[in-house]
Design a protein around this ligand. Structure first.
Ligand SMILES: [Zn+2]
Length: 111
């Protein structure tokens, strides 16, 4: 489920079942975060525009295309279904730094 209106517009909610990315175009680098890694954000390069194919709640095959934030959300959420977090797309050095910070926060009981 994707809502790039951040709950401002109930009609903006998109439900995609078993989505797969079928087309991408361009590149866009922007800050990205994830509810699975609260308080962390990193610059991630993603496609500027994305088309996903999925089923809707009625079981019909649909295609959803989006640019910029919606494109980022489509690849981010599809990554989750494939067992990936956005940190798979940052440098190993940045990823290790983030892991160290998380370990420290866990040790301090703050995460
Ligand atoms: Zn996420």
């Amino acid at each position: 489920m994707i809502d790039v209106s951040f709950k401002e517009d109930p009609d903006a909610k998109i439900v995609l079942i078993n989505p797969e990315i079928i087309h991408t175009e361009g590149r866009l680098t922007s800050n990205e975060g994830c509810l699975s890694l609260p308080e962390f954000r990193e610059k991630v390069t993603r496609p500027r525009s994305v088309t996903a194919r999925a089923q809707n709640m009625e079981g019909e095959t649909i295609e959803v295309s989006g640019e910029e934030l919606l494109a980022r959300a489509l690849v981010h959420e599809t990554d989750h279904l494939n067992g990936k977090l956005y940190i798979s797309h940052i440098s190993a050095l940045k990823r290790d730094m983030m892991k160290r910070k998380i370990r420290k926060l866990v040790k301090q009981g703050e995460w």
